[in-house]
Design a protein around this ligand. Structure first.
Ligand code: DGP
Length: 120
């Protein structure tokens, strides 16, 4: 599958759709999720055209990966959720119900998040 430049996050990166930006640098944009699941729920995306975590982990440059991870840590601190704790997840592909085909991390915080996976 090749990157679809019409996906909603590509449109956000091109400035075609407004977003609640909380952080931006050369490689990274972070903004509030349109449908927040927790008091703090932001999406952190690389500016490069990577459709999934798998794609990003394979194809991104070392500089992009370092920038992304460093930015995520800084965002949590700046949003004031580092001390109480937070969760980062990336939905990758069909079984994870990834909806937007541009790699993104969800960052959740602001409340106790419970366990990540319910026992079957
Ligand atoms: P995922 O299932 O991991 O692909 O999550 C996609 C997330 O993107 C979902 O939590 C809702 C969010 N989202 C979808 N469209 C928009 C949008 O136009 N703006 C913002 N801020 N978030 C969006």
């Amino acid at each position: 599958m090749s990157y679809d430049p019409t996906n909603i996050f590509a449109k956000i990166l091109r400035g075609e759709i407004p977003n609640g930006t909380v952080y931006e640098d050369e490689h990274v944009l972070a903004f509030r999720d349109i449908n927040p699941q927790t008091p703090t729920h932001v999406l952190i995306i690389p500016k490069g055209a990577y459709e999934s975590f798998a794609d990003f982990s394979r194809e991104a440059s070392d500089a992009e990966i370092v920038a992304f991870v460093r930015a995520a840590g800084k965002i949590a601190k700046d949003l004031g959720i580092e001390d109480d704790g937070y969760r980062v997840i990336a939905n990758n592909g069909r079984d994870a119900n990834q909806e937007v085909p541009h790699f993104h991390l969800h960052m959740f915080g602001g409340q106790n998040l419970g366990r990540i996976i319910k026992p079957v």
